[in-house]
Design a protein around this ligand. Sequence first.
Ligand code: AMP
Length: 544
Amino acid sequence: MQGLMMDYSLTIEKILFRARDNFPYQEIISRMADESIHRYKFINFYERTVKLMNVLRTLGVKKNERVGTFAWNSYRHLELYFAIPCIGSVLHTLNIRLFPEQLKFIVNHAEDQFIFVDASLTKLLTPLQDEFKTVKKFIVMEDGAPVDPGLKNTVMYEELLSKAEFKEDFPLLDENQAAALCYTSGTTGDPKGALYSHRSTYLHSLGICLADTLALSVNDIILPVVPMFHVNCWGIPYACCLTGSKPVFPGAHLIGKPLAELIQNEKVTLAAGVPSIWNPLYQFLKKNHYDVSSLRGLVVGGSAAPRAMIENFDKDFGVKIIHAWGMTEMSPLGTVCNLIPEIKSQDNSVKYKYMAKQGLGVPMVEMKIVDDEGKTLPKDGVSNGELLVRGPWIIKEYYKTDSEDAKSAFTLDGWFKTGDIASIDKMGYLEITDRKKDLIKTRGEWLSSVEMENFLMSHESIMEATVVGRQDDVRGEAVVVFLVPKEGHTENFNKHTLIHFLSEKFVKWQIPKESDIHVVTAIPKTSVGKFDKKVLRAQLKGDS
Ligand code: AMP
């Protein structure tokens, strides 16, 4: 017998209607390229989005066609997040920090028909425009910066919008219709596309709002520092419209002062970004007085949140770090670390230890860990294996590729292999040990690079640290450390004392030789702000 419930498709225009009907006077705030602050309300956003849908139609965008965006976080980007999928086309957010070769690959692979670009970013597209095979026009969004005169075939966003009709024409869409396309950051091989559907986007939006995940509500003022070109800004733009949370888009200004100003002036309650954003903010707040007491949390994901960062923010500013884990292939949210009552009631050292774990699976995301033969391992907090996941917002295949690499990411019985090595404890808390390919095998034993990085970053003089393996005839792989001292700490830094420090936690064979400790002024980062271990390994091999 079948249930007798309505067949109600979960499509993105319904999220938009919620914003229009329930929160018309909630504000949307954006900092523009010229640092001015733009404010308007959800109702203005709705009207402009409807007009933008008609602009897209007039441009000739058809159902299923991919439309690229090349832009910072701002209200116009939010309009595109809705208008493109609401006419049945596919929003393709392009990462503005990609190398030209990768950008070309992605635009051509996705066959983008149009690209919406911030005026301040036009100069990055000019040298590539002739190599984009399918792009018909660039629509320039006026963010206060000049447009690069070399970019051909341009038309201005506001000009198109000013001529567009306000006619609410929402096509009936299947909930499994494609809505958005994001490519992985491609640390190995070509980037691969994750093609989200309306349904997966809707369910993911609900998933990230739950009380025991990020608990987004109409009372929140949320600062998504995570770019709108990184996994759809972790789903925050859609979740804001669903819940009426007030978004504060930071534009291009992602360093200490402008972020601290936005938090203080707009009374931000929740901010989200990668650790490499929060570390400099912490250093800035230590030296400059800003009121960040409105914050109920900083969501940290994309890389492991070091325990030292969790403790420092809590002790110095009373700010709670909410550790989350996810992947492009998972829309992205997989786990969030909130403490259950049994842990909350314990002392700080137990609490911090747990807060440094990646947390509990979000409802609808199933997880298990397996050994090399695919056998499920116990959830005992000790066994480590590859993390497998399944759920309604996880890809079942990559977009338009049948490479062996892409196919081998799935098990025959429908799980996605994350490539992360992890343990899960008996209460369900996930702890990522490392990326499979970043584990270091030294003298036949595995070392978690993440564990050593976190320990190094708890040192009072270290701002950032990363650890990679280097081929070594005797040890198989030797441990190599790259670190950036905190400002003013370079002088009192010495490799000998660092080795002594490491010996508090690591055994002799895991500790790097002095010649394998590199004190540097900056660690290379990927386009989404993670330590770029590929570049470091190449440097060690002498490839670059
Ligand atoms: P991306 O698809 O670029 O978002 O990268 C996903 C990968 O980032 C995951 O498979 C993890 O290896 C890593 N990652 C994301 N969040 C975390 C976290 N909280 N802790 C450790 N690693 C993380």
